[in-house]
Design a protein around this ligand. Structure first.
Ligand SMILES: NC(=O)c1ccc[n+]([C@@H]2O[C@H](COP(=O)([O-])OP(=O)(O)OC[C@H]3O[C@@H](n4cnc5c(N)ncnc54)[C@H](O)[C@@H]3O)[C@@H](O)[C@H]2O)c1
Length: 359
């Protein structure tokens, strides 16, 4: 690939989010989606027709053998992330990997090891880091406006939002978990990033399943499969202790009997000099001036290109400039370690210390 060549991309998994990635990369002049595959072939063929993708492969292994491809996007159910990402890196492809990194920390460690050997870019797909309000808050944090951030409350609480009941989403061996691993991973990733990436040390958490097993709390994302089953949590709560002494509390649900403000994601950052709230599409900075509280409302440009465009371009920039992405392999592993520790803490009732060894 020369500096003027388009980066050629293959998409593995042409479902909901695979489609979103194809749309985003199709808008970028110096990239081209030239191959697609899906175990459900009609899906791959339909996407190829819609976006003029020249090559449809029957399997991801065949796609990985295509020497013209520089990079792949892995947009398959969670249990297939590790095997496909590892094979892709071994085949010499750069990888944009959907979240969560893997269904458990052991598989995430295998991906990190394959990445270290490969010398290729491995980027996690966490588009929330590229949301305008979140970026503006990060900029203020980097300028010192919040001082030292010592406590963060984050979460994503849905009242009635179980996705694809009975499909891979709600089967532990395929998904690795429920809302914690599905939407909690985004909030964990974004919070740690805004906090300046302190290292998580220990975790205390509990998970519950009060709706899913009774086929209640069903949302609109994904088509239910009533012949399937549900063995993941539908609510999780956790307190994470970081190596700089700060604390992060995380609450997520797909379903719960309460009246949440907007069913959406939120983050409250509390610092020694200032704070920030991000929720319901609003971002506010807080401080105290002249012994009074003072708030500054952040705004988003009306022609903002959106987080997914910025994220897609970042992936391409990292490939061209041999840079480590913002959402690096290590950030994916960090998230996996914390998520697994929350499940373990829930099972054992104990505080869990994170195991960072790569063996
Ligand atoms: N970043 C985000 O905002 C976001 C949003 C939704 C989903 N996701 C993640 O994206 C991934 C996919 O989710 P989705 O909602 O698109 O699911 P989906 O079920 O709509 O799509 C997954 C597709 O992968 C295909 N597939 C399964 N195994 C395959 C294999 N071995 N090779 C090729 N194709 C295979 C399936 O046939 C299906 O079409 C999940 O890991 C999910 O957590 C991320």
């Amino acid at each position: 690939m020369s500096a003027n060549d388009k980066i050629q991309i293959g998409v593995i998994g042409a479902g909901n989010i695979g489609n979103v990635h194809i749309q985003e990369f199709s808008q970028i002049p110096d990239a081209a989606v030239t191959a697609v595959t899906d175990v459900y072939q009609p899906m791959a063929i339909a996407r190829a027709k819609e976006y003029n993708i020249p090559n449809v492969y029957a399997t991801y292994q065949e796609l990985l053998q295509d020497p013209s491809l520089d990079a792949v996007i892995v947009a398959v159910p969670n249990d297939a992330h590790a095997p496909i990402a590892i094979e892709a890196l071994q085949a010499g492809k750069h990888v944009l990997l959907e979240k969560p990194m893997a269904v458990n920390a052991a598989s995430a460690k295998e991906i990190v090891k394959a990445h270290l050997k490969s010398g290729k870019v491995l980027m996690m797909s966490h588009q929330m880091r590229w949301e305008s309000l979140n970026m503006q808050v990060k900029e203020q944090i980097e300028k010192g406006a919040l001082g030292s951030i010592y406590n963060v409350k984050t979460g994503w609480l849905r009242r009635k939002g179980i996705p694809g009941w009975g499909t891979w989403f709600t089967q532990m061996h395929k998904s690795g978990g429920g809302p914690l691993i599905d939407i909690g991973v985004h909030m964990l990733d974004l919070s740690l990033h805004l906090m300046g990436s302190p290292k998580p040390v220990s975790v205390f958490g509990t998970t519950y399943a009060e709706f899913g097993p009774k086929k209640r709390g069903i949302g609109t994302w994904g088509k239910p499969d009533w012949n399937g089953f549900y063995d993941v949590e539908d609510l999780a709560t956790a307190l994470i202790k970081l190596d700089n002494g700060s604390t992060l509390s995380l609450d997520v649900s797909w379903a719960a009997n309460t009246d949440f403000i907007d069913n959406g994601p939120y983050i409250y950052l509390m610092g020694s000099e200032g704070g920030a709230s991000l929720r319901a599409g609003r971002g506010t900075l807080h401080t105290e001036l002249f012994e009074r509280t003072a708030d500054v409302e952040l705004t988003v440009d009306s022609n903002d290109e959106g987080p997914r465009q910025r994220m897609s371009r970042h992936f391409l920039d990292c490939i061209r400039e041999h840079r480590e992405p913002l959402t690096s392999a290590m950030s994916g592993l960090t998230n996996s370690l914390v998520l697994e520790a929350i499940y373990e803490s829930s099972r054992t009732g104990q505080l869990v210390t994170l195991d960072w060894s790569l063996d």
